[in-house]
Design a protein around this ligand. Structure first.
Ligand SMILES: NC(=O)CC[C@H](N)C(=O)O
Length: 193
């Protein structure tokens, strides 16, 4: 099974290395995705954290935006979006520079934690997984979780959600930075389903 990592900007290498470290255990290989052709051979796609305005522009420019969206809606592609990736997957970003794909029924607010505390690590409790050290970096906030499953919250706000039908998930934190593979393992388990 091949797992693509959208290779535009942000934590591409960190996700790549995490999937690579799980290669033997789950028979998965990481693949950097630069073009529509690269999407043909992958089973899951990670949209990393970074800068959502930049990621959005590049997705449009390279015709990846519509292709990813339609593959995901057809259940041909599982997608995990982290931080900026979560913004891309949302239905409303509150920012007209970034139009969310609407793959998850969430309204999200960019840079919601303000300047003073724009980066922090906090332990969150994830349903079915337990405690996880979550790294928030200029993180967005899920303001309104609609018809989604909420797997983790921080201060009564959802920080990890999954779609109820499609294999789409979004996190407002960075699971690739702490060396803890459980969220990537969870994503892999969803793809195999
Ligand atoms: N760590 C991140 O991905 C930050 C997201 C970034 N602040 C944005 O709005 O795109």
């Amino acid at each position: 099974m091949n797992i693509g990592i959208l290779n535009i900007q942000g934590d591409v290498q960190e996700h790549f290395d995490m999937i690579k470290s799980l290669k033997r255990k789950y028979n998965v290989s990481p693949v950097k995705v630069n073009s529509v052709n690269d999407l043909e051979n992958i089973d899951g796609l990670i949209i990393p954290g970074g800068e959502s305005t930049v990621i959005y522009k590049f997705l449009i420019k390279n015709n990846l935006y519509d292709k990813i969206k339609s593959m995901a809606l057809n259940n041909d592609l599982a997608v995990m979006g982290t931080c900026a990736g979560a913004i891309i997957l949302s239905k409303d970003t509150g920012d007209d520079r970034v139009t969310g794909m609407g793959l998850l029924d969430i309204t999200i607010k960019r840079n919601a934690y303000g300047r003073q505390v724009d980066s922090f690590i906090k332990e969150v409790q994830i349903n079915g997984m337990g405690a996880f050290n979550a790294v928030f970096i200029r993180a967005p906030e899920i303001e309104v979780p609609g018809n989604v499953n909420i797997l983790a919250e921080l201060n009564n706000r959802a920080v990890f959600v999954t779609d109820k039908n499609l294999d789409i998930m979004a996190l407002t934190f960075h699971p690739e930075l702490t060396g803890d593979p459980r969220i990537h393992e969870y994503f892999i388990s969803k793809i195999k389903k």
